[in-house]
Design a protein. Structure first.
Ligand code: NAD
Length: 498
Protein backbone atom coordinates (compact mmCIF):
# COMPACT_ATOMS: atom_id res chain seq x y z
CA UNK A 1 0.00 0.00 0.00
CA UNK A 2 1.41 3.41 -0.85
CA UNK A 3 0.47 6.12 1.57
CA UNK A 4 -1.01 8.42 -1.07
CA UNK A 5 -3.50 5.84 -2.35
CA UNK A 6 -6.99 6.29 -1.01
CA UNK A 7 -8.09 3.02 0.53
CA UNK A 8 -11.44 1.58 -0.38
CA UNK A 9 -13.86 0.68 2.38
CA UNK A 10 -16.17 -2.31 2.55
CA UNK A 11 -19.82 -1.52 1.82
CA UNK A 12 -21.82 -4.73 2.02
CA UNK A 13 -19.17 -6.64 0.09
CA UNK A 14 -18.41 -3.83 -2.38
CA UNK A 15 -14.92 -2.45 -1.95
CA UNK A 16 -15.06 1.16 -3.05
CA UNK A 17 -14.18 4.64 -1.87
CA UNK A 18 -16.32 6.04 0.87
CA UNK A 19 -18.39 9.08 -0.05
CA UNK A 20 -17.39 11.04 3.03
CA UNK A 21 -14.37 13.23 3.73
CA UNK A 22 -10.83 12.11 2.87
CA UNK A 23 -8.70 11.69 5.96
CA UNK A 24 -5.58 9.90 7.16
CA UNK A 25 -4.66 7.40 9.82
CA UNK A 26 -1.53 8.78 11.52
CA UNK A 27 1.34 6.90 13.14
CA UNK A 28 1.34 8.26 16.70
CA UNK A 29 5.11 7.74 17.05
CA UNK A 30 5.93 10.18 14.27
CA UNK A 31 2.72 11.98 13.39
CA UNK A 32 3.10 10.80 9.77
CA UNK A 33 0.20 9.57 7.66
CA UNK A 34 0.07 5.78 7.37
CA UNK A 35 -2.86 5.58 4.97
CA UNK A 36 -5.52 7.79 3.46
CA UNK A 37 -9.14 6.84 3.07
CA UNK A 38 -12.51 8.41 2.54
CA UNK A 39 -14.87 8.14 5.45
CA UNK A 40 -18.24 6.54 4.84
CA UNK A 41 -21.14 8.92 4.31
CA UNK A 42 -24.69 8.60 5.60
CA UNK A 43 -25.69 7.27 2.16
CA UNK A 44 -22.99 4.64 2.57
CA UNK A 45 -24.48 3.64 5.93
CA UNK A 46 -27.88 3.19 4.32
CA UNK A 47 -26.47 1.22 1.40
CA UNK A 48 -24.43 -0.94 3.76
CA UNK A 49 -27.27 -1.85 6.06
CA UNK A 50 -29.63 -2.63 3.18
CA UNK A 51 -26.91 -4.71 1.49
CA UNK A 52 -26.07 -6.52 4.73
CA UNK A 53 -29.76 -7.25 5.25
CA UNK A 54 -30.01 -8.72 1.74
CA UNK A 55 -26.90 -10.82 2.39
CA UNK A 56 -28.38 -12.05 5.64
CA UNK A 57 -31.60 -13.05 3.86
CA UNK A 58 -30.15 -14.51 0.68
CA UNK A 59 -26.47 -15.48 1.04
CA UNK A 60 -27.31 -18.72 2.82
CA UNK A 61 -24.85 -18.01 5.67
CA UNK A 62 -27.52 -18.12 8.36
CA UNK A 63 -28.84 -21.41 6.99
CA UNK A 64 -25.48 -23.15 6.86
CA UNK A 65 -25.04 -25.86 9.45
CA UNK A 66 -23.12 -24.68 12.50
CA UNK A 67 -20.12 -26.87 11.65
CA UNK A 68 -20.02 -25.30 8.18
CA UNK A 69 -20.00 -21.78 9.58
CA UNK A 70 -17.39 -22.95 12.08
CA UNK A 71 -15.23 -24.13 9.17
CA UNK A 72 -15.08 -20.58 7.80
CA UNK A 73 -14.28 -19.18 11.24
CA UNK A 74 -11.41 -21.67 11.65
CA UNK A 75 -10.11 -20.55 8.28
CA UNK A 76 -10.31 -16.89 9.37
CA UNK A 77 -8.21 -17.78 12.43
CA UNK A 78 -5.72 -19.56 10.20
CA UNK A 79 -5.44 -16.61 7.78
CA UNK A 80 -4.94 -14.18 10.68
CA UNK A 81 -2.08 -16.41 11.87
CA UNK A 82 -0.59 -16.60 8.38
CA UNK A 83 -0.66 -12.79 8.09
CA UNK A 84 0.17 -12.16 11.72
CA UNK A 85 3.37 -10.19 11.21
CA UNK A 86 1.84 -7.88 8.58
CA UNK A 87 -1.21 -7.34 10.78
CA UNK A 88 0.91 -6.63 13.86
CA UNK A 89 3.02 -4.11 11.93
CA UNK A 90 -0.10 -2.46 10.50
CA UNK A 91 -1.62 -2.19 13.94
CA UNK A 92 1.60 -0.72 15.32
CA UNK A 93 1.36 2.00 12.68
CA UNK A 94 -2.37 2.51 13.07
CA UNK A 95 -2.31 3.07 16.82
CA UNK A 96 1.32 3.22 17.95
CA UNK A 97 1.41 0.29 20.33
CA UNK A 98 4.75 -1.48 20.71
CA UNK A 99 5.21 -4.35 18.29
CA UNK A 100 5.35 -6.96 21.07
CA UNK A 101 1.90 -5.88 22.19
CA UNK A 102 0.36 -5.75 18.72
CA UNK A 103 1.64 -9.28 18.05
CA UNK A 104 -0.24 -10.41 21.15
CA UNK A 105 -3.40 -8.64 20.03
CA UNK A 106 -3.27 -10.31 16.62
CA UNK A 107 -2.70 -13.71 18.23
CA UNK A 108 -5.64 -13.04 20.53
CA UNK A 109 -7.87 -12.21 17.53
CA UNK A 110 -6.95 -15.52 15.88
CA UNK A 111 -7.68 -17.35 19.14
CA UNK A 112 -11.05 -15.61 19.37
CA UNK A 113 -12.14 -16.85 15.93
CA UNK A 114 -10.95 -20.34 16.78
CA UNK A 115 -12.80 -20.28 20.09
CA UNK A 116 -16.10 -19.10 18.60
CA UNK A 117 -15.78 -21.62 15.77
CA UNK A 118 -15.69 -24.29 18.47
CA UNK A 119 -18.52 -22.61 20.39
CA UNK A 120 -20.57 -22.49 17.19
CA UNK A 121 -20.23 -26.15 16.29
CA UNK A 122 -20.77 -27.36 19.82
CA UNK A 123 -23.65 -25.07 20.82
CA UNK A 124 -26.49 -27.20 22.09
CA UNK A 125 -30.15 -26.45 21.75
CA UNK A 126 -32.03 -28.06 24.57
CA UNK A 127 -35.10 -30.15 25.17
CA UNK A 128 -36.60 -28.65 28.30
CA UNK A 129 -38.53 -30.71 30.91
CA UNK A 130 -42.04 -31.17 29.60
CA UNK A 131 -44.99 -30.22 31.82
CA UNK A 132 -47.80 -31.36 29.55
CA UNK A 133 -48.63 -33.43 26.48
CA UNK A 134 -45.96 -31.75 24.47
CA UNK A 135 -42.23 -31.81 23.93
CA UNK A 136 -40.57 -28.46 24.62
CA UNK A 137 -37.39 -27.18 23.06
CA UNK A 138 -35.29 -24.07 23.36
CA UNK A 139 -33.56 -23.09 20.11
CA UNK A 140 -31.63 -20.06 18.89
CA UNK A 141 -31.92 -17.96 15.73
CA UNK A 142 -29.62 -15.29 14.31
CA UNK A 143 -30.83 -11.71 14.62
CA UNK A 144 -30.03 -10.21 11.21
CA UNK A 145 -27.72 -7.22 10.83
CA UNK A 146 -25.69 -6.39 13.93
CA UNK A 147 -23.33 -3.46 14.45
CA UNK A 148 -19.93 -3.70 16.12
CA UNK A 149 -18.73 -0.28 17.27
CA UNK A 150 -15.14 -0.30 18.52
CA UNK A 151 -12.61 2.09 20.10
CA UNK A 152 -9.04 2.87 19.04
CA UNK A 153 -7.07 1.26 21.82
CA UNK A 154 -7.06 -2.42 20.80
CA UNK A 155 -8.11 -2.75 17.18
CA UNK A 156 -8.47 -6.27 15.77
CA UNK A 157 -8.80 -7.78 19.26
CA UNK A 158 -11.88 -5.63 20.00
CA UNK A 159 -13.30 -6.29 16.57
CA UNK A 160 -12.68 -10.04 16.73
CA UNK A 161 -14.44 -10.20 20.09
CA UNK A 162 -17.63 -8.98 18.43
CA UNK A 163 -17.34 -10.18 14.84
CA UNK A 164 -16.48 -13.81 15.65
CA UNK A 165 -19.52 -14.59 17.84
CA UNK A 166 -21.83 -12.50 15.64
CA UNK A 167 -20.82 -14.37 12.48
CA UNK A 168 -20.81 -17.70 14.28
CA UNK A 169 -24.43 -17.00 15.22
CA UNK A 170 -25.32 -16.47 11.54
CA UNK A 171 -25.64 -12.67 11.46
CA UNK A 172 -24.35 -10.05 9.04
CA UNK A 173 -21.94 -7.65 10.76
CA UNK A 174 -21.23 -3.98 10.17
CA UNK A 175 -18.08 -2.75 11.90
CA UNK A 176 -17.76 0.93 12.79
CA UNK A 177 -14.11 1.14 13.89
CA UNK A 178 -12.77 4.20 15.67
CA UNK A 179 -12.26 6.96 13.14
CA UNK A 180 -8.52 7.17 13.85
CA UNK A 181 -7.76 3.42 13.71
CA UNK A 182 -9.64 1.98 10.73
CA UNK A 183 -6.95 -0.17 9.10
CA UNK A 184 -7.20 -3.44 11.00
CA UNK A 185 -10.98 -3.68 10.65
CA UNK A 186 -10.63 -3.25 6.88
CA UNK A 187 -7.98 -5.95 6.71
CA UNK A 188 -10.07 -8.24 8.90
CA UNK A 189 -12.99 -7.88 6.47
CA UNK A 190 -10.70 -8.87 3.57
CA UNK A 191 -9.58 -11.92 5.52
CA UNK A 192 -13.17 -12.92 6.28
CA UNK A 193 -14.07 -12.74 2.60
CA UNK A 194 -10.92 -14.66 1.61
CA UNK A 195 -11.87 -17.35 4.12
CA UNK A 196 -15.18 -17.88 2.35
CA UNK A 197 -17.60 -15.61 4.18
CA UNK A 198 -20.27 -14.60 1.63
CA UNK A 199 -20.03 -11.04 0.34
CA UNK A 200 -22.12 -8.59 2.30
CA UNK A 201 -21.90 -10.51 5.56
CA UNK A 202 -19.18 -8.14 6.76
CA UNK A 203 -18.85 -4.40 6.15
CA UNK A 204 -16.56 -1.71 7.52
CA UNK A 205 -17.58 1.93 7.81
CA UNK A 206 -14.73 4.17 8.93
CA UNK A 207 -15.50 7.73 9.98
CA UNK A 208 -17.01 9.81 12.73
CA UNK A 209 -18.87 7.91 15.40
CA UNK A 210 -21.24 10.74 16.22
CA UNK A 211 -22.49 10.61 12.63
CA UNK A 212 -22.03 7.04 11.35
CA UNK A 213 -22.22 5.16 14.64
CA UNK A 214 -25.31 7.10 15.54
CA UNK A 215 -26.98 6.41 12.17
CA UNK A 216 -26.12 2.71 12.41
CA UNK A 217 -27.52 2.46 15.92
CA UNK A 218 -30.74 4.21 14.86
CA UNK A 219 -31.24 2.12 11.73
CA UNK A 220 -34.38 -0.05 11.99
CA UNK A 221 -32.68 -2.99 10.26
CA UNK A 222 -29.84 -3.06 12.80
CA UNK A 223 -31.02 -5.56 15.38
CA UNK A 224 -28.23 -5.38 17.93
CA UNK A 225 -25.30 -3.10 18.77
CA UNK A 226 -22.22 -4.36 20.48
CA UNK A 227 -20.30 -1.30 21.63
CA UNK A 228 -16.94 -0.78 23.27
CA UNK A 229 -15.93 2.77 24.10
CA UNK A 230 -16.51 5.64 26.48
CA UNK A 231 -19.30 5.70 29.04
CA UNK A 232 -20.88 8.86 27.67
CA UNK A 233 -21.15 7.36 24.18
CA UNK A 234 -22.39 4.09 25.67
CA UNK A 235 -25.23 5.86 27.49
CA UNK A 236 -26.21 7.67 24.30
CA UNK A 237 -26.38 4.33 22.46
CA UNK A 238 -28.40 2.82 25.31
CA UNK A 239 -31.00 5.59 24.94
CA UNK A 240 -31.40 4.92 21.23
CA UNK A 241 -31.57 1.19 21.91
CA UNK A 242 -34.28 1.69 24.51
CA UNK A 243 -36.44 3.52 21.96
CA UNK A 244 -35.97 0.70 19.46
CA UNK A 245 -36.29 -2.07 22.08
CA UNK A 246 -32.96 -3.29 20.77
CA UNK A 247 -30.53 -5.33 22.86
CA UNK A 248 -27.09 -3.82 23.32
CA UNK A 249 -23.90 -4.77 25.02
CA UNK A 250 -21.80 -1.92 26.35
CA UNK A 251 -18.15 -2.34 27.33
CA UNK A 252 -17.32 1.06 28.83
CA UNK A 253 -14.78 2.92 30.92
CA UNK A 254 -13.04 2.10 34.17
CA UNK A 255 -11.09 3.46 37.13
CA UNK A 256 -9.96 0.18 38.57
CA UNK A 257 -8.52 -0.20 42.07
CA UNK A 258 -5.41 -2.28 42.68
CA UNK A 259 -4.95 -3.29 46.30
CA UNK A 260 -1.68 -4.34 47.92
CA UNK A 261 -2.29 -5.97 51.29
CA UNK A 262 0.42 -6.03 53.96
CA UNK A 263 1.18 -9.71 53.31
CA UNK A 264 1.65 -9.37 49.55
CA UNK A 265 4.56 -10.88 47.68
CA UNK A 266 6.19 -7.59 46.77
CA UNK A 267 8.05 -8.81 43.68
CA UNK A 268 4.78 -9.98 42.20
CA UNK A 269 2.84 -6.93 43.36
CA UNK A 270 5.32 -4.41 41.95
CA UNK A 271 5.40 -6.20 38.58
CA UNK A 272 1.62 -6.54 38.51
CA UNK A 273 0.88 -2.95 39.45
CA UNK A 274 3.34 -1.67 36.84
CA UNK A 275 1.88 -3.87 34.13
CA UNK A 276 -1.66 -3.03 35.20
CA UNK A 277 -1.31 0.71 34.74
CA UNK A 278 1.60 1.36 32.39
CA UNK A 279 1.30 -1.34 29.72
CA UNK A 280 -0.52 0.01 26.67
CA UNK A 281 0.55 3.45 28.01
CA UNK A 282 -2.45 3.23 30.33
CA UNK A 283 -4.81 3.37 27.33
CA UNK A 284 -6.77 0.41 28.62
CA UNK A 285 -10.28 0.29 30.05
CA UNK A 286 -9.02 -2.11 32.72
CA UNK A 287 -5.94 -0.06 33.66
CA UNK A 288 -5.35 -0.33 37.41
CA UNK A 289 -5.28 3.43 37.89
CA UNK A 290 -6.08 3.68 41.62
CA UNK A 291 -3.51 2.02 43.86
CA UNK A 292 -4.30 1.28 47.51
CA UNK A 293 -1.32 0.12 49.58
CA UNK A 294 -1.39 -1.02 53.23
CA UNK A 295 0.07 1.88 55.19
CA UNK A 296 2.65 -0.35 56.94
CA UNK A 297 4.41 -1.01 53.65
CA UNK A 298 3.38 2.08 51.71
CA UNK A 299 6.76 3.84 51.66
CA UNK A 300 9.01 0.87 50.85
CA UNK A 301 6.49 -0.32 48.26
CA UNK A 302 6.31 3.09 46.59
CA UNK A 303 10.08 3.33 46.47
CA UNK A 304 10.33 0.00 44.69
CA UNK A 305 7.42 0.77 42.40
CA UNK A 306 8.70 4.18 41.33
CA UNK A 307 12.27 2.92 40.87
CA UNK A 308 10.94 0.17 38.60
CA UNK A 309 8.56 2.54 36.78
CA UNK A 310 11.45 4.89 36.05
CA UNK A 311 13.17 2.11 34.09
CA UNK A 312 10.20 1.42 31.78
CA UNK A 313 11.40 1.75 28.20
CA UNK A 314 9.23 4.36 26.50
CA UNK A 315 9.94 4.87 22.83
CA UNK A 316 9.94 3.52 19.33
CA UNK A 317 7.10 0.99 18.94
CA UNK A 318 9.13 -0.86 16.30
CA UNK A 319 11.79 -1.73 18.86
CA UNK A 320 11.17 -5.19 20.31
CA UNK A 321 12.31 -4.02 23.74
CA UNK A 322 9.97 -1.02 23.96
CA UNK A 323 7.42 -1.34 26.75
CA UNK A 324 5.42 1.86 26.25
CA UNK A 325 4.75 3.55 22.93
CA UNK A 326 3.26 7.00 22.37
CA UNK A 327 -0.26 8.00 23.27
CA UNK A 328 -2.76 7.76 20.43
CA UNK A 329 -2.84 11.44 19.43
CA UNK A 330 -1.71 14.95 20.26
CA UNK A 331 -5.22 15.74 21.52
CA UNK A 332 -5.24 12.75 23.83
CA UNK A 333 -1.83 13.65 25.26
CA UNK A 334 -3.14 17.15 25.96
CA UNK A 335 -6.09 15.60 27.79
CA UNK A 336 -3.69 13.53 29.95
CA UNK A 337 -1.67 16.67 30.64
CA UNK A 338 -4.81 18.49 31.74
CA UNK A 339 -5.46 15.70 34.24
CA UNK A 340 -1.91 16.02 35.59
CA UNK A 341 -2.46 19.77 36.04
CA UNK A 342 -5.79 19.03 37.72
CA UNK A 343 -4.16 16.54 40.09
CA UNK A 344 -1.60 19.14 41.10
CA UNK A 345 -4.30 21.75 41.61
CA UNK A 346 -6.18 19.27 43.81
CA UNK A 347 -3.14 19.03 46.07
CA UNK A 348 -1.47 15.95 44.61
CA UNK A 349 2.32 15.48 44.60
CA UNK A 350 4.05 13.99 41.60
CA UNK A 351 6.28 11.18 42.67
CA UNK A 352 7.26 10.30 39.11
CA UNK A 353 6.82 11.71 35.59
CA UNK A 354 4.12 14.24 34.86
CA UNK A 355 5.69 16.01 31.88
CA UNK A 356 5.75 15.02 28.24
CA UNK A 357 8.98 13.46 27.04
CA UNK A 358 11.16 15.69 24.89
CA UNK A 359 14.21 15.45 22.67
CA UNK A 360 15.09 13.27 19.67
CA UNK A 361 12.31 10.96 18.50
CA UNK A 362 10.13 12.03 21.42
CA UNK A 363 9.54 15.37 19.71
CA UNK A 364 7.88 13.72 16.71
CA UNK A 365 5.34 11.58 18.52
CA UNK A 366 2.91 11.86 21.41
CA UNK A 367 5.01 10.33 24.17
CA UNK A 368 4.20 10.62 27.85
CA UNK A 369 6.09 8.92 30.69
CA UNK A 370 4.87 6.73 33.56
CA UNK A 371 3.41 9.15 36.06
CA UNK A 372 2.67 8.54 39.74
CA UNK A 373 0.64 10.83 41.98
CA UNK A 374 0.27 10.65 45.74
CA UNK A 375 -1.20 12.83 48.45
CA UNK A 376 -4.69 12.70 46.96
CA UNK A 377 -7.81 11.23 48.50
CA UNK A 378 -10.12 8.95 46.57
CA UNK A 379 -12.82 11.60 46.22
CA UNK A 380 -10.58 13.87 44.11
CA UNK A 381 -11.48 14.26 40.45
CA UNK A 382 -8.28 12.55 39.21
CA UNK A 383 -9.24 9.53 41.33
CA UNK A 384 -12.78 9.48 40.02
CA UNK A 385 -12.43 10.19 36.31
CA UNK A 386 -10.93 7.93 33.69
CA UNK A 387 -7.68 9.46 32.40
CA UNK A 388 -6.91 6.66 29.93
CA UNK A 389 -3.20 7.35 30.13
CA UNK A 390 -0.12 6.28 32.15
CA UNK A 391 -1.18 8.05 35.34
CA UNK A 392 -1.39 6.18 38.63
CA UNK A 393 -2.72 7.63 41.87
CA UNK A 394 -1.34 5.91 44.97
CA UNK A 395 -3.11 6.00 48.34
CA UNK A 396 -2.25 4.32 51.67
CA UNK A 397 -5.05 2.59 53.59
CA UNK A 398 -5.39 1.62 57.24
CA UNK A 399 -8.22 -0.85 57.62
CA UNK A 400 -9.98 -3.18 55.24
CA UNK A 401 -13.51 -1.90 55.89
CA UNK A 402 -12.51 1.57 54.82
CA UNK A 403 -10.49 0.13 51.94
CA UNK A 404 -13.55 -1.67 50.54
CA UNK A 405 -15.58 1.52 50.84
CA UNK A 406 -12.98 3.53 48.95
CA UNK A 407 -12.31 0.89 46.30
CA UNK A 408 -16.04 0.70 45.58
CA UNK A 409 -16.50 4.46 45.68
CA UNK A 410 -16.52 5.02 41.94
CA UNK A 411 -19.11 5.26 39.21
CA UNK A 412 -17.04 2.60 37.45
CA UNK A 413 -16.78 -1.06 38.37
CA UNK A 414 -14.90 -2.78 35.59
CA UNK A 415 -11.94 -4.52 37.22
CA UNK A 416 -9.84 -4.75 40.37
CA UNK A 417 -6.60 -6.34 41.51
CA UNK A 418 -5.69 -7.81 44.90
CA UNK A 419 -2.19 -8.74 46.01
CA UNK A 420 -1.95 -10.98 49.09
CA UNK A 421 -0.24 -14.24 50.07
CA UNK A 422 -3.31 -15.20 52.11
CA UNK A 423 -5.79 -16.70 49.67
CA UNK A 424 -8.66 -16.76 52.17
CA UNK A 425 -8.18 -13.08 52.89
CA UNK A 426 -7.96 -12.28 49.18
CA UNK A 427 -11.09 -14.36 48.52
CA UNK A 428 -13.07 -12.51 51.19
CA UNK A 429 -11.91 -9.15 49.90
CA UNK A 430 -12.43 -10.15 46.28
CA UNK A 431 -16.08 -10.95 46.98
CA UNK A 432 -16.59 -7.51 48.53
CA UNK A 433 -15.09 -5.53 45.67
CA UNK A 434 -17.69 -4.55 43.10
CA UNK A 435 -16.23 -5.20 39.65
CA UNK A 436 -16.84 -7.29 36.58
CA UNK A 437 -13.39 -8.87 36.89
CA UNK A 438 -11.20 -9.28 39.98
CA UNK A 439 -7.63 -10.44 39.50
CA UNK A 440 -5.96 -12.00 42.53
CA UNK A 441 -2.15 -12.04 42.47
CA UNK A 442 -2.19 -11.24 38.79
CA UNK A 443 -3.52 -8.42 36.64
CA UNK A 444 -4.72 -7.70 33.11
CA UNK A 445 -4.74 -11.34 32.13
CA UNK A 446 -7.41 -12.34 29.65
CA UNK A 447 -9.00 -15.50 28.49
CA UNK A 448 -11.57 -15.66 25.72
CA UNK A 449 -13.28 -18.48 27.59
CA UNK A 450 -14.04 -16.24 30.60
CA UNK A 451 -16.89 -13.69 30.41
CA UNK A 452 -15.87 -10.04 30.54
CA UNK A 453 -17.85 -6.87 31.24
CA UNK A 454 -18.52 -4.14 33.73
CA UNK A 455 -20.92 -3.18 36.47
CA UNK A 456 -22.46 0.25 36.90
CA UNK A 457 -21.09 2.87 34.46
CA UNK A 458 -18.56 0.36 33.19
CA UNK A 459 -21.15 -1.34 31.10
CA UNK A 460 -23.97 -3.69 30.41
CA UNK A 461 -23.81 -7.29 29.29
CA UNK A 462 -20.86 -9.64 28.88
CA UNK A 463 -18.58 -10.54 26.01
CA UNK A 464 -16.45 -13.67 25.62
CA UNK A 465 -17.16 -17.04 27.18
CA UNK A 466 -18.66 -20.01 25.36
CA UNK A 467 -22.15 -18.57 25.74
CA UNK A 468 -21.05 -15.18 24.36
CA UNK A 469 -22.44 -16.38 21.04
CA UNK A 470 -25.97 -16.31 22.52
CA UNK A 471 -25.83 -12.52 22.79
CA UNK A 472 -26.08 -12.48 19.02
CA UNK A 473 -29.03 -14.83 18.84
CA UNK A 474 -32.71 -14.68 19.65
CA UNK A 475 -33.97 -17.52 21.79
CA UNK A 476 -37.09 -19.32 20.62
CA UNK A 477 -39.19 -21.93 22.43
CA UNK A 478 -40.84 -24.69 20.45
CA UNK A 479 -43.77 -26.77 21.74
CA UNK A 480 -44.50 -30.02 19.89
CA UNK A 481 -48.00 -31.33 20.67
CA UNK A 482 -48.08 -35.05 21.47
CA UNK A 483 -51.76 -35.32 22.44
CA UNK A 484 -53.74 -38.34 21.29
CA UNK A 485 -56.96 -36.24 21.49
CA UNK A 486 -57.75 -32.66 20.42
CA UNK A 487 -57.11 -30.03 23.10
CA UNK A 488 -59.64 -30.68 25.84
CA UNK A 489 -61.03 -27.18 26.20
CA UNK A 490 -61.93 -26.87 22.55
CA UNK A 491 -63.31 -30.41 22.39
CA UNK A 492 -65.55 -29.92 25.40
CA UNK A 493 -66.65 -26.59 24.01
CA UNK A 494 -67.63 -28.30 20.76
CA UNK A 495 -69.59 -30.96 22.61
CA UNK A 496 -71.74 -28.49 24.59
CA UNK A 497 -72.41 -26.23 21.63
CA UNK A 498 -75.89 -26.59 20.07
P1 NAD B 1 -15.58 6.61 22.15
O1 NAD B 1 -16.78 6.34 22.97
O2 NAD B 1 -15.29 8.03 21.81
O3 NAD B 1 -15.68 5.86 20.74
C1 NAD B 1 -15.88 4.48 20.65
C2 NAD B 1 -16.53 4.17 19.32
O4 NAD B 1 -17.83 4.75 19.30
C3 NAD B 1 -15.78 4.75 18.12
O5 NAD B 1 -15.89 3.88 17.02
C4 NAD B 1 -16.56 6.02 17.86
O6 NAD B 1 -16.41 6.47 16.54
C5 NAD B 1 -17.97 5.57 18.16
N1 NAD B 1 -18.92 6.65 18.50
C6 NAD B 1 -18.65 7.89 18.98
N2 NAD B 1 -19.80 8.58 19.15
C7 NAD B 1 -20.81 7.76 18.78
C8 NAD B 1 -22.24 7.90 18.75
N3 NAD B 1 -22.85 9.04 19.11
N4 NAD B 1 -22.97 6.85 18.36
C9 NAD B 1 -22.38 5.68 18.00
N5 NAD B 1 -21.03 5.51 18.00
C10 NAD B 1 -20.26 6.53 18.39
O7 NAD B 1 -14.36 5.93 22.87
P2 NAD B 1 -12.82 5.95 22.44
O8 NAD B 1 -12.25 7.26 22.80
O9 NAD B 1 -12.68 5.47 21.03
O10 NAD B 1 -12.24 4.80 23.38
C11 NAD B 1 -11.85 5.01 24.68
C12 NAD B 1 -12.92 4.55 25.64
O11 NAD B 1 -13.24 3.19 25.40
C13 NAD B 1 -12.46 4.60 27.09
O12 NAD B 1 -13.46 5.16 27.89
C14 NAD B 1 -12.25 3.14 27.45
O13 NAD B 1 -12.37 2.86 28.82
C15 NAD B 1 -13.29 2.48 26.64
N6 NAD B 1 -12.95 1.06 26.44
C16 NAD B 1 -13.68 0.12 27.11
C17 NAD B 1 -13.35 -1.22 26.99
C18 NAD B 1 -14.13 -2.30 27.71
O14 NAD B 1 -14.08 -3.45 27.29
N7 NAD B 1 -14.84 -1.99 28.79
C19 NAD B 1 -12.30 -1.61 26.17
C20 NAD B 1 -11.59 -0.62 25.50
C21 NAD B 1 -11.94 0.72 25.64
Amino acid sequence: MTTEQTLPICIAGQWRLGRGERYASYYPATGEAVAWLNAASLEDVEETVLGAHQAFLHSGWAQRKPHERAGVLYRIAQLIREQSEELAQLQRQDNGKPIGETRNLVASAAGTFQFFAAACETLEETITPSRGDFVTMSVYEPMGVVAAITPWNSPIASEAQKVAPALAAGNAVVIKPAEITPLLALQLARICEEAGLPKGMISVLPGKGSVLGDALTQHPLVKRVSFTGGTRTGKHIAHIAADKMMPVSLELGGKSPTIVLDDADLDHAVAGVLYGIFSSSGEACIAGSRLFVARSLYEPFMQRLCAAAATIRVGNPEDETTQMGPLISAAHRESVERYVALGLSEGGRLRLGGERLRGGDYDKGFFFPPTVFEGLSNDRQVCQEEIFGPVLVAMPFDDETDLVKQANDSIYALAAGIWSRDYKRAWTLGRKIQAGTVWINTYKQFSISTPFGGWRDSGLGREKGRLGILQYMEQKSLYWGMNEQPLAWASEHREVAP
